[in-house]
Ligand binder design. Structure first.
Ligand code: AMP
Ligand code: MN
Ligand code: MN
Ligand code: MN
Length: 293
């Protein structure tokens, strides 16, 4: 790959792709319901789309039915974002194009959901010691029966005026190393990849630039992921700068990983939206060419 490549949209070598393989709904910590997210993707003329809620595939049948009922011209790929623990880092593995009813996937989802419940209870106990009562009950209410995440707890602290941004809830209370942080009991990368493969899908390292890993550690992560049978890595998301895009593309090339792209959309904001800024150089070996065949 040439190091001089840039990511300007007007450059003829770059295609603006109408796909998005990383997004969230109210089935986890997204703000739009599955049908609302599908309508948004459809309005943006996204051709191929995946909902990748945290440790659940609950949105998939709802979204699929909505597409059928409204005769929408959008190809929905099944998806999930699995939280894993690797070297004490929480690494997110996206699974795409799986059989959502596969028994191994169902079992893993159940175990992850249980780990989330237990962590939520322990986190609420720590929050109580810090002076904040009934955070579990309120966070559960915000989760509306979907996957409970720290984003729901952050919203509780924001709405109570304890912090004035969601980021501060992580920085002061529930982020790694803070006083109300509880170490989660997620599965390993190996387990996540193995289950995604068993269910016939493709596994993807989500947002590789968001873990605060040095390039040396990122290489270690990729090598372990490859050894586990992992397939792809996200190389474009709205917030990534050109340097990060070039690095992740170069790593894909070096380690022979397929490329995936996704906005990690949670709710409408100034900074990010479905399908935005996901352009790739034309020659890149992309994960979605395989299920297109
Ligand atoms: P969990 O998987 O329960 O640990 O929750 C992680 C979710 O919280 C992520 O998917 C984000 O939506 C959100 N999140 C994580 N870190 C931050 C942060 N620093 N600021 C705002 N939201 C965050
Ligand atoms: Mn999230
Ligand atoms: Mn993530
Ligand atoms: Mn995500």
């Amino acid at each position: 790959m040439k190091s001089t490549e840039t990511f300007k949209k007007q450059d003829n070598n770059y295609k603006s792709i109408r796909v998005d393989f990383h997004s969230h709904t109210t089935c986890s910590d997204g703000h739009l319901k599955p049908h609302e997210l599908i309508d948004r993707a459809s309005n943006y003329q996204i051709q191929q789309f995946a909902i990748t809620d945290h440790d659940t595939v609950a949105a998939y049948p709802i979204a699929r039915q909505h597409i059928i009922d409204n005769n929408l011209d959008i190809r929905l790929i099944s998806g999930i974002e699995i939280s894993t623990l690797w070297q004490n880092f929480e690494i997110h593995i996206v699974g795409l194009d799986m059989d959502v009813n596969h028994s191994e996937l169902t079992a893993l989802i159940n175990a992850q959901q249980q780990a989330r419940e237990e962590r939520a209870v322990l986190m609420a106990q720590k929050l109580q010691k810090a002076g904040f009562q009934d955070c579990y009950e309120q966070a559960k209410q915000y989760a509306q029966g979907g996957t409970i995440t720290r984003a729901h707890f952050a919203r509780v602290l924001l709405d109570r005026g304890v912090v004035n941004t969601l980021q501060k809830a992580f920085d002061k209370y529930i982020g790694k190393g803070q006083r109300c942080f509880v170490k989660p009991l997620w599965c390993s990368i190996e387990q996540a990849v193995s289950v995604i493969s068993a269910a016939g899908g493709y596994s993807v390292i989500a947002h590789p630039m968001k873990y605060g890993l040095s390039t040396k550690w990122l290489r270690r992560l990729i090598i372990d992921f490859k050894h586990s049978g992992g397939h792809a890595m996200e190389v474009a998301s709205p917030q990534m700068n050109d340097q990060q895009r070039q690095l992740s593309l170069a790593l894909c090339d070096e380690y022979q990983l397929l490329a995936s792209v996704g906005s990690d959309f949670h709710y409408p904001s100034r900074w990010s939206d479905l399908g935005k800024n996901l352009s790739l150089p034309v020659h890149v070996d992309v994960v979605w060419q395989y299920w297109n065949k």
